[in-house]
Design a protein around this ligand. Structure first.
Ligand SMILES: *[C@@H]1O[C@H](CO)[C@@H](O)[C@H](O)[C@H]1NC(C)=O
Ligand SMILES: *[C@@H]1O[C@H](CO)[C@@H](O)[C@H](O)[C@H]1NC(C)=O
Ligand SMILES: *[C@@H]1O[C@H](CO)[C@@H](O)[C@H](O)[C@H]1NC(C)=O
Ligand SMILES: *[C@@H]1O[C@H](CO)[C@@H](O)[C@H](O)[C@H]1NC(C)=O
Ligand SMILES: *[C@@H]1O[C@H](CO)[C@@H](O)[C@H](O)[C@H]1NC(C)=O
Ligand SMILES: *[C@@H]1O[C@H](CO)[C@@H](O)[C@H](O)[C@H]1NC(C)=O
Length: 499
């Protein structure tokens, strides 16, 4: 090594030591003087709460200066920031008593004044949510106890799971008031709806569609329709709904056929959807609604097991139904273009039972996985490809993707226009031109972003549940912005009329 490079690195080393020292000094200083006015008190309060489940209802004055992180880096750093003791508040003690039993294992609930999103959840009767899972609470018990993750009611498996976000979101809200569940503090359930940013409607609409849309016995209407009718009636009668005409309500309708009877009447609300394929634009659109990932059906490949370029013999993989309505014609055209290529797996047939395992293996041994528009622009196949680290090739012009404000899909997916994909030779030439280095970059990026597509309980920073709350938080502030702007003249006109 030459002299020149040694000197600056030694200098850097000293600089690091000095700055570390300063950092330690300044954090000690902050801890000692945190009740002084130059630091906002809200930032340095602590939680020392009894182990009963509690709601906070502090006053929310300090929220006015709350900033929503808007850039993707902000969001990520917020998500990944470890919880530090000084981020919690103590509602029952003043600063002279704080810090006390931090060392001991204290149970901690999130502080709503610090949360990205305060959520009010209607206490709908269990028939709308956990009752659909067969859960029976005691008399007047609305929610299961979520303290013990091993004892919460299970969501049905199989294909139902694709649309299970209704369940994960509800569980996450329930656990936000429970001290012994450790989860990110992005969304907090609040008891008072006027202190909420958004009002969550806990209806398991996809499960209701999957399980209860058929008539049984002498029923005149299906359970699915009956629940939707009841829900519309309930919401329309609520003061909370009338306040903003439902715009600040969050309804999960991930299965493309869920909420079919109620979607028109509740169309002003914010929906959590798979895509917009079966919605008229005035009922659902990207301005007000959230696209959530499907829950993947194939298994997440651990990093260490993920096959690199050389160990994926199949160039491109597709398994799915061939004859689809609407946009699905392109599947047939591609089939005739690709079927005779030796390193291509292009087969028809729905994945069921063991089919899921086979698809899982197939994707894990393929370099590229096709996502072709079916009867809706999206499908769980994209998310199966992502968790298999098989670079997705998206051929679906109308698709909307989850979390696209944070994720740049072009870093780990290829997009091909449908008109190009059906040109003879176009697709294979494109895929064969992507060599090891470029592919490996995308493969590595896939491994980094997989976590954003995992649904789990308890939720973890940056997982799908956490990401959905962040998306809701952004969307709700622009919804309010638009609503308030429209009110500018509207309100004074009302006053004039009443004179
Ligand atoms: C906490 O628990 C103690 C006894 O366990 C009780 O005296 C006190 O009132 C409780 N505080 C709150 C806020 O529940
Ligand atoms: C808090 O938990 C401890 C054991 O963890 C228990 O002995 C105590 O009674 C609980 N206190 C309250 C107020 O629930
Ligand atoms: C918000 O910030 C502004 C200026 O930064 C300050 O004047 C105002 O007092 C703050 N409001 C609250 C509630 O802290
Ligand atoms: C803390 O509380 C005690 C009594 O509970 C009170 O005497 C003291 O002034 C309080 N300190 C501050 C900084 O508010
Ligand atoms: C259930 O709620 C009803 C109405 O709120 C009340 O009259 C009844 O006593 C409650 N039953 C139990 C067992 O708490
Ligand atoms: C809910 O919050 C509002 C505004 O902060 C307050 O006026 C109202 O009294 C609260 N309601 C309850 C039941 O605490």
């Amino acid at each position: 090594m030459s002299e020149k490079s040694v000197v600056p690195s030694r200098f850097l080393f000293y600089l690091m030591i000095v700055s570390t020292f300063l950092l330690i000094l300044s954090s000690l200083f902050l801890l000692q003087f945190s009740n002084h006015s130059f630091i906002p008190r809200s930032v340095f309060k602590l939680i020392l709460v009894n182990n009963t489940s509690v709601y906070f209802t502090p006053n929310f004055k300090s929220e006015q200066n709350k900033t929503y992180p808007f850039s993707s880096e902000d969001l990520q750093s917020h998500a990944q920031r470890p919880m530090r003791s000084r981020d919690f508040i103590c509602p029952f003690s003043n600063s002279s008593q704080k810090m006390v039993s931090l060392g001991k294992q204290r149970k901690i609930v999130c502080d709503p004044t610090q949360a990205l999103l305060r959520v009010f959840m209607y206490d709908l009767p269990p028939e709308f949510h956990f009752g659909l899972l067969g859960w029976k609470g005691r008399v007047n018990e609305t929610w299961p106890n979520v303290n013990n993750p091993n004892r919460i009611p299970q969501y049905p498996g199989g294909l139902n799971l694709q649309h299970s976000m209704e369940y994960w979101l509800t569980l996450d809200l329930l656990s936000s008031n429970t001290e012994n569940v450790v989860r990110p503090c992005s969304a907090i359930r609040v008891e008072n709806s006027s202190q909420a940013d958004v009002l969550f409607v806990p209806f398991f609409s996809s499960l209701s569609y999957n399980r209860h849309s058929k008539l049984h016995g002498k029923e005149k209407v299906s359970v699915n329709k009956m629940l939707q009718d009841k829900l519309v009636q309930f919401l329309m009668g609520r003061r909370e709904w009338k306040l903003l005409g439902g715009r600040d309500h969050l309804i999960v309708a991930h299965h493309p056929n869920s909420m079919l009877d109620a979607r028109k009447k509740l169309g002003s609300a914010m929906f959590v959807l798979a895509d917009f394929g079966r919605y008229p634009v005035e009922i659902a659109n990207i301005q007000k609604d959230i696209v959530a990932p499907y829950r993947h059906l194939t298994r997440t490949i651990p990093r260490a097991e993920s096959a690199p370029f050389e160990k994926r013999p199949t160039l491109v993989y597709f398994q799915g139904a061939i004859y689809r309505k609407d946009g699905g014609v392109i599947r047939q055209e591609l089939y005739y273009l690709l079927k005779d290529q030796e390193d291509v797996h292009f087969a028809f047939g729905n994945i069921k039972g063991n089919g899921i395992n086979r698809a899982s293996q197939g994707m894990a041994l393929s370099k590229f996985c096709l996502n072709i528009a079916g009867d809706t622009p999206s499908s769980n196949r994209l998310f199966d490809a992502i968790v298999s680290h098989c670079v997705p090739v998206i051929i679906s012009d109308e698709i909307e993707l989850p979390f696209e404000d944070i994720l740049d899909y072009s870093e780990f997916c290829l997009f091909v226009r449908a008109t190009d994909a059906v040109k003879n030779g176009y697709l294979l030439n494109l895929l064969r031109s992507i060599k090891r280095d470029k592919w490996t970059k995308m493969w590595e990026r896939l491994q980094d972003i997989v976590q954003h597509f995992e649904y789990q309980y308890p939720s973890q920073p940056g997982d799908a549940v956490d990401m959905i709350w962040k998306a809701v938080s952004q969307k709700i502030s622009s919804t309010r912005f638009n609503f308030h702007r429209k009110n500018r003249y509207h309100r004074s006109e009302l006053v004039v009329k009443s004179i």
